[in-house]
Design a protein. Structure first.
Length: 120
């Protein structure tokens, strides 16, 4: 009986696991506007000291509650503000950008992306 309950519990727990894939948002298409993949909210800097840490922190949910702290759904962004055409002195976190991006596999334990284009 114990084995059956343990097996059932394992199946229930594992069936709830899934990998989340962020897809381009096509629900708000406007034919007069430039197409972009997603809107990202940049919430601050990742100040941790580790091999795969550092850079900007952002999310695709519009969530600003992770301001200066990394949440479970946040992505680390390889680009610097300067690479994005932004001036450090003018930035106030959080802010949003319309972007194209690609997933990076440099550090498998971190969700890291590279912003390939910023639409202004």
């Amino acid at each position: 009986m114990k084995t059956l309950l343990l097996a059932l519990l394992t199946v229930v727990v594992l069936s709830g696991c899934r990998e989340e894939t962020i897809e381009p948002d096509t629900s708000k298409k406007d034919p007069n506007k430039t197409e972009y993949m997603n809107t990202i909210t940049i919430t601050g800097y990742d100040m941790r000291m580790c091999a795969c840490c550092g850079g900007l922190i952002g999310n695709f949910r519009g969530d600003t509650s992770t301001f200066h702290a990394r949440g479970a759904d946040d992505y680390l962004i390889n680009n610097s503000l300067e690479e994005l055409g932004l001036h450090v002195a003018d930035i106030r976190f959080p802010f949003t950008l319309n972007v194209d991006w690609e997933q990076k596999q440099e550090c498998t334990s971190e969700r890291r992306i590279h912003l390939t284009k910023v639409y202004k």
